[in-house]
Design a protein around this ligand. Structure first.
Ligand code: NAP
Length: 271
């Protein structure tokens, strides 16, 4: 098997599944499907295999550090991980004055801390591998005061992180104090990761989806959906493939010189 591997979280369904399919089909990648729902994960693995690529399902609650450590270890055993797409996310909406601390914590823990755990675990492995490559190319002086061998970023193999935020991080959204805070946090954290990791040739970027047709939005009342769609200049809900197209760009050679940015894929919503 070609060993290029992408980890995609929340890939059992919705946007994550659309991303996994596109990366497998159009960037020839093997996929680690990460989710909490085993049934949907098994279906996603079959979809990827039916297009001729390899896939494994790893059950992992991204908000649990131990789950993430074990998932990342399995992914690196599966092949050479080149890309992580942090897509898993939830909503627990209510107005500020009614929002429980439990719902606030749950959303922040999955949507934001989960990305922190995964980026820390994956970048830790990428940076260790990069340091070994540098030492092999220019052996470091031995001894306790020996400094790390420093190379230009382009010396290292390109690695990429794509984090899924939301358009509501931009302007806020009624009933989503927890969700909007988590999604704005994703953007700021991604910029920091981009700055810290650039020296190892690791790019980190974000996508802000608008209003996308998935099981997450299917549960909204039709009247509310119609109201949102009326505000979208392109006059339709987005599809998972619309988001997957932007992920593909940020996962390909075409974006080698792009890091720390956020792409809006929202049909013009909230311009
Ligand atoms: P979705 O249909 O609800 O799918 C999310 C997937 O993530 C589900 O399979 C879910 O599993 C999984 N998941 C939930 N909690 C998890 C956890 N702790 N660890 C691992 N996996 C977990 O959502 P979506 O609409 O595709 O959204 C995907 C991402 O895009 C989210 O980050 C969301 O915030 C963002 N987004 C969506 C929209 C939109 O309009 N749909 C707009 C902007 C941003 P379960 O089903 O078992 O919970």
């Amino acid at each position: 098997m070609d060993n290029k591997v992408a980890i995609v979280t929340g890939a059992g369904r919705g946007i994550g599944l659309g991303i996994a399919n596109k990366l497998a089909k159009e960037l020839d990648m093997n996929i680690v499907i990460v989710d909490v729902d085993e049934v949907s994960m098994a279906d996603a693995v079959n979809q990827i295999k039916s297009i001729g690529k390899e896939a494994i399902a790893v059950k992992c609650d991204v908000s649990k550090a131990a789950d993430v450590q074990s998932m990342v270890a399995k992914a690196f055993e599966f092949g050479e991980v080149d890309l992580v797409v942090n897509n898993a996310g939830i909503t627990r909406d209510s107005m500020l004055l009614k929002m429980s601390e439990a719902d606030y914590d749950l959303v922040l823990n999955i949507n934001l801390k989960g990305i922190f755990f995964i980026c820390q675990a994956v970048c830790g492995r990428w940076v260790s591998a990069a340091k070994k490559l540098a030492e092999a190319a220019a052996p470091a002086p031995a001894g306790p005061d020996a400094k790390e061998v420093k190379m230009e970023p382009s010396f290292y193999p390109k690695k990429r992180i794509v984090n899924i935020s939301s358009i509501v991080a931009k302007g806020g959204n009624i009933g989503q104090a927890n969700y909007t805070a988590s999604k704005a946090g994703v953007i700021a954290m991604t910029k920091t990761i981009a700055k810290e990791m650039a020296r190892y040739n690791i790019n980190a970027n974000c996508i802000q989806p608008g209003f996308i047709k998935t099981p997450m939005t299917d549960k909204m009342p039709e009247k509310v959906i119609a109201k949102f769609v009326a505000e979208i200049p392109l006059q339709r809900m987005g599809l998972p493939e619309d988001i997957a197209g932007a992920v593909k760009f940020l996962s390909s050679k075409d974006s080698d010189y792009v890091t720390g940015i956020t792409i809006e894929v929202a049909g013009g919503l909230n311009m």
